[in-house]
Write a protein that binds this ligand. Sequence first.
Ligand code: 6GU
Length: 242
Amino acid sequence: MRVDIVSIFPEYLAPLDLSLIGRARASGLLRLAVHDLRSWTHDVHRTVDDTPYGGGPGMVMRPEPWGEALDALAPAEAPQPRLLVPSPAGTPFTQAMAHELAAEERLLFACGRYEGIDQRVLEHAAARMPVTEVSLGDYVLFGGEVAVLVILEAVTRLLPGVLGNAGSLDEESHAHGLLEAPVYTKPPSWRGHDVPEILRSGDHGRIARWRRDEALRRTAARRPDMLAALADDLDKRDVAAL
Ligand code: 6GU
């Protein structure tokens, strides 16, 4: 997968050199480039923002540098990337969207700051590439950079060959619409707290049922919205039985 990121704070993306994302890059599974939006400005102050039409607080990112950046990174005649624009006004980012993005050849992230990017940039780009405004949740960040770190971490770990143990992908929280059961390791007793006996019983059938029940219990307590959305009402009957 190839990923381009445009930002006025390229240093904010430095963590992409680290850990498993860094390793995916080193191995060639992920080709990633970070670009400074200001390299597409032409005035001495390298201006990227201006006051909003219609009034109101804050500043809006001007369309011209963004237009040049997108022309340079996604020339009209070449295969087009999917453009992702982090915004608190976007579609919620989910594990399902992470899977969708992991299947793309190319992603292009446009990191807005201030009150956002002039909407015409997105309208213009949408004529030649798919454009998605995406939100991490119901709160407001300074800009899109941290959202890109989150999204890329969720996407990179789904790329074939990135995770050592692909089995961990389908047992995790959200894989089946439930939160994951709690986990334990050695020692069996620690500061007066014991590992649940069932997990040490060696009875794989009982262990699987216990994990399922704990997952349902947790989901009911913490994410009633997820439980309500479960496709099969079998799970809901299981919760009622807990
Ligand atoms: Cl993706 N961007 C910004 N700026 N704020 C957010 C967000 C994204 N998601 C939640 N808040």
